[in-house]
Design a protein around this ligand. Structure first.
Ligand SMILES: Nc1ncnc2c1ncn2[C@@H]1O[C@H](COP(=O)(O)OP(=O)(O)O)[C@@H](O)[C@H]1O
Ligand SMILES: [Mg+2]
Length: 286
């Protein structure tokens, strides 16, 4: 098991001493290979806090997170005995807000920062930068630009490129497609799907887009008020009554299918995942 949460609680400290409990009794296992996981839940439910535990960016208040055999607990020192750098290379985390990740004067320097930090030679890192900038849908010319003069979507892509350049084993992306136009979103999802399929890597994506969840995920995690309330297949999730109390939307394809079933007064044998599959089912009954 690559990542294992055991009874993890996390509290954000506050000045008046009333600490805020953001994660409550989380137990969770993530395999190194083969998973395409979406993590969902309303804003403030603890998603970002949860993923920041996956590469020891923050440590549990109680309980432990074991990452590639290294147990991280509250008193695990940042430096010293436990080396966290290798973990940060193996579990690549793209932040929700790319501004937190970009700080160099050019996009190139930003992208090669991570690999160089983990011991990759500069010339090799530059070659990687030229590859990954294209993978995220930007032209090589962007490497010369300042990350601060880019649009929100472009910054997001550059921050993703920086993590890809580290060639992590597990890729964790905090809302990578928010704020992108539909084509940009689909292109990036195809990129993540490609990384997952071609290299058999585990990819974890935080998203609010239920269509993405339904179309791509092999496993879905739902956070609600600091609790992990669902860990399973997307198909089963959307047939649950609870999704209303968790404030989750229903994927468009499910809504359309239900409306058609009502209109046509039929019950389809299966729930289609695409418009094409729905079309085939409709053809059988009319
Ligand atoms: N640095 C912080 N200090 C105090 N509270 C925080 C901090 N970051 C997040 N929180 C609180 O913790 C809860 C979970 O936040 P977060 O993990 O960012 O949720 P999500 O990513 O699901 O929107 C929220 O109520 C948020 O206000
Ligand atoms: Mg968040």
């Amino acid at each position: 098991m690559a990542i294992k949460f055991e009874q993890v609680n996390f509290e954000y400290p506050s000045f008046d001493g009333t600490n805020f409990s953001a994660l409550k009794d989380i137990n969770l296992e993530i395999a190194e290979k083969g998973e395409f996981i979406t993590l969902i839940g309303e804003t403030g439910s603890g998603k970002s806090t949860l993923v920041q535990h996956m590469n020891a960016l923050i440590r549990p208040t109680t309980g432990s997170v074991t990452i590639y055999g290294i147990k991280i607990e509250k008193d695990t020192k940042k430096k010293g005995k436990v080396k966290l750098n290798p973990l940060r290379q193996r579990v690549g985390l793209v932040f929700q807000f790319p501004e937190y990740q970009l700080f160099e004067e050019t996009v190139l320097k930003d992208i090669i920062f991570g690999p160089k930090n983990f011991g990759v030679k500069e010339s090799v890192a530059i070659e990687r930068a030229k590859q990954v900038i294209k993978h995220v849908g930007l032209d090589e010319e962007y490497l010369k630009r300042s990350p601060f003069n880019l649009s929100g979507g472009e910054k997001k892509r550059v921050s993703i490129a920086g993590i890809l350049a580290m060639e992590p084993d597990i890729l964790v992306l905090d809302e990578p497609t928010s704020g992108l136009d539909p084509k940009g979103r689909d292109d990036l999802l195809k990129l993540f799907m490609g990384i997952h399929n071609d290299l058999n890597k585990t990819v974890i994506i935080i998203t609010h887009d239920m269509n993405t969840v339904y179309k791509y995920a092999s496993r879905v995690l739902v956070m609600n008020e600091g609790h992990l309330v669902y860990d399973g297949l997307p198909q089963e999730l959307f047939s649950k009554e609870n999704i209303k109390s968790w404030n989750l939307d229903i994927p468009d394809i499910i809504t359309i299918t239900r409306q058609l079933e009502d209109k046509l007064d039929v019950n389809f044998d299966s729930q289609p995942h695409t418009i094409q599959e729905l079309f085939e089912l409709v053809k059988e009954v009319i």
